[in-house]
Design a binder for this molecule. Structure first.
Ligand SMILES: Nc1ncnc2c1ncn2[C@@H]1O[C@H](COP(=O)(O)OP(=O)(O)OP(=O)(O)O)[C@@H](O)[C@H]1O
Ligand SMILES: [Mg+2]
Length: 450
């Protein structure tokens, strides 16, 4: 929906100078930028160069037919709503135009008040259609997650985000998998003056790579076999907003060079189109690869790297900021089962979580807690609710309402711990346990251990 302070850009196509002036004067304003032209040729040209939200179109033009122009506009930008201006006795034409997808028609002489109202409504529809498109790509339903934690490393990240958000420069976010790069990208967008505009996220690693270029840049109907309809392209959808290119290290050199031109000239061209369009997009990129090394290996363009690396935010791995772990645990335990009684965690289990190295970083912590909640007894996460690699030398832990484990369970835990310690060597395990190998095998079978 239309947000406060958003400017509507309107193209008026009418060969009558007095009408163009009237509309500019009466309907223009601080929140409505009006561009008025007098011929089909001018209209085609400007429409392909600039991004409009709305068109007011006269049916009868000296150098062309309004219906044809309407079809062209819809081809180029189907979400932009067109209002038809008709002269006396042209209603039939207008009906035809409505069938072709025009938003509404207004007969001459224009009742400005009605025109004003129709324009507002049509603009809402343009915004809605853009938003629908955007939603399909942006998974915007999620609320912006907060960065939880107060370690000095994370405070520094917060500082960088606050500083860079209002600027227009590209941001490159690096860091291991699961460290929160996506969260940071979203925060930068939310703290920028583009927050009411789209944040379009594209993961460069997942989609079929040969389609990536047309997905980003869009195409004109007929630009290649299979292009049965025009497609606006993600860059165009991100116009005035932010484009987040995730896993930028996966981008092919060909698409990199096309994007480099966009970054340098602030224009882009859809496939099958001659005209360059202006583009106002802020770029944020993320990767867990070492781009410098990728450049040296010839897999990433050096020019592109320097363009993107204007401002780098390097996400610290969780193992370097373990002070954040308790706050993160509390955050996830509260979030994983909203509305329910908050689960607790024993000191022993917490010790295990603090001691672990977290190669998968925060995502791994989240997964471990999710699993822990399933295995928890009485909403209490103990070491037994944690995966083995975390508990290491399995600590036998007891819960409050069942203070002692059965002997079999202790035996099982102990054998498991020893086996883990000797990397699964049964001979050595038997030695440590002070029993014969055969006895160990028998016990393993009895306790249904591997
Ligand atoms: N500081 C944080 N506070 C709370 N949640 C966080 C924090 N950092 C990350 N998360 C959560 O951890 C998960 C992983 O984060 P995210 O997807 O941003 O990582 P990433 O660095 O983009 O990983 P990848 O390289 O695998 O794409 C997400 O669910 C995210 O919400
Ligand atoms: Mg990510």
């Amino acid at each position: 929906m239309r947000s406060e302070g958003e400017t509507m850009h309107v193209l008026v196509v009418d060969d009558e100078p007095s009408i163009r002036r009237l509309i500019e004067k009466e309907l223009g304003g601080p929140r409505r930028r009006i561009t008025a032209v007098g011929s089909a040729k001018e209209a085609q040209q400007i429409f392909s160069q600039e991004t409009f939200d709305l068109v007011l179109l006269d049916m009868r033009l000296p150098d062309g037919n309004g219906l044809e122009l309407l079809a062209q506009f819809q081809d180029l930008a189907p979400e932009v709503q067109v209002i038809i201006l008709t002269g006396y006795g042209e209603v039939e034409n207008a009906v035809q135009a409505m069938k072709l997808g025009a938003y509404d028609y207004i007969g001459k002489p224009y009742a400005l008040e009605r025109l004003d109202m129709v324009m507002e409504k049509a603009f809402q529809r343009t915004c809605l259609q853009r938003e629908n498109r955007m939603l399909r790509h942006a998974r915007s339903a999620q609320v912006t997650p907060n960065l939880v934690g107060h370690s000095s490393l994370l405070e520094n990240i917060r500082f960088l985000i606050r500083k860079v958000a209002p600027a227009q420069v590209p941001v490159l976010i690096t860091g291991e998998s699961g460290t929160g790069k996506n969260v940071v990208a979203r925060q930068i967008h939310e703290l920028s003056d583009r927050r009411d505009q789209p944040l379009i996220t594209k993961n460069c690693g997942t989609f079929q790579k040969d389609l990536l270029r047309s997905e980003l840049f869009g195409y004109r109907k007929g630009a290649f076999t299979g292009a049965n309809e025009s497609y606006e392209g993600l860059l165009s959808i991100a116009h005035r907003g932010t484009m987040f290119l995730d896993e930028i290290g996966e981008l092919s050199l060909e698409v990199q060079s096309a994007l480099l031109r966009v970054l340098e000239n602030k224009t882009f061209r859809r496939l099958g189109e001659k005209e360059e369009k202006r583009l106002d997009v802020r770029f944020i990129c993320a990767t867990n690869r070492n781009l410098q090394a990728e450049v040296e290996a010839g897999r990433f363009s050096e020019a592109m790297y320097h363009r993107l690396n204007v401002f780098n935010i390097s996400m610290p791995p969780l193992r370097n900021r373990k002070d954040d772990i308790p706050a993160l645990i509390e955050h996830f335990l509260g979030r994983l089962r909203p509305g329910e009684r908050m689960a607790r965690i024993t000191d022993r289990a917490l010790q295990c979580l603090m001691a672990y190295d977290w190669p998968g970083n925060i995502r791994e912590l989240q997964n471990v807690l999710e699993r822990g909640l399933i295995l928890a007894e009485d909403d209490l996460i103990t070491t037994r609710s944690l995966p083995q690699e975390l508990t290491g030398q399995a600590v036998v832990e007891t819960t409050v309402d069942r203070p002692f484990l059965p002997l079999k369970a202790v035996e099982r835990q102990h054998i498991l711990a020893v086996l883990q310690y000797v990397d699964g060597s049964r001979t050595r395990a038997a030695e440590i346990l002070g029993i014969g190998r055969k006895t160990l095998y028998r016990k393993l079978q009895q306790l249904s251990l591997p």
